[in-house]
Design a protein. Structure first.
Length: 206
């Protein structure tokens, strides 16, 4: 009798954990879906200006934009992708951002190839870059610097801290949902660190 109740309790605990993970995954998917239209609107606005000013650059911008959305569509239902796959995507994404911000944004990637087979949740880096841009001033007088580095255990996204006085599009749930999802996928937690001049998020590699 005792073993029966123990087995039932274990099954219920597993079921509850799975439901919680599914709930968090839905929340993260909603976050991705919120980012995409916002990013698309900004990208199309930039493209509209480039078409008249620099048609050749506009054509290249459009090709990179299609690669970004192809990646999001292909991988949005996957739990994990290789770090190499995510970095290939993020390089296309960075091209669009640098074109859009025109000297107001500096993004540096330092991802040693030895960690290329490590895994990460798709669009994690996009979410963290977009989070930095959303919350910080980025202009020619105050350029925003974002660094993405990896070691054996974590990929770290950090930026110089120059907060906007008001962020209209933020619901404050992006990092919370990301931390909760990685709690199910890794024994290590997502770390959020803030110093006087820097904001840093460390995501565990799986």
């Amino acid at each position: 009798m005792a073993s029966h109740f123990l087995k039932q309790w274990q099954e219920n605990a597993v079921r509850a954990s799975q439901l919680e993970k599914e709930k968090i995954q839905v929340q993260l998917d909603n976050l991705k879906n919120q980012l995409s239209p916002h990013f698309l609107f900004n990208s199309l606005s930039s493209l509209d200006g480039l078409i008249h000013e620099n048609p050749e650059l506009a054509s290249q911008f459009l090709r990179q934009l299609s690669k970004v959305f192809r990646y999001v569509i292909q991988h949005k239902d996957k739990d994990l992708v290789s770090l190499t796959t995510e970095v290939d995507f993020i390089n296309n994404y960075i091209y669009l951002l640098k074109t859009r911000f025109n000297g107001s944004l500096d993004i540096q990637l330092k991802i040693p190839s030895v960690y290329s087979d490590k895994a990460i949740v798709p669009v994690t880096l996009q979410i963290l870059i977009e989070n930095a841009i959303k919350h910080n001033v980025a202009n020619v007088g105050q350029p925003l610097a974002i660094q993405i580095v990896a070691d054996e255990q974590y990929v770290t996204v950090e930026n110089n801290l120059q907060r906007k006085p008001r962020v209209e599009t933020s619901n404050g749930q992006g990092l919370t949902n990301l931390k909760a999802l990685y709690h199910f996928l890794s024994e290590k937690d997502v770390k959020v660190e803030e110093e006087k001049d820097w904001f840093r998020v460390k995501v565990p590699l799986v």
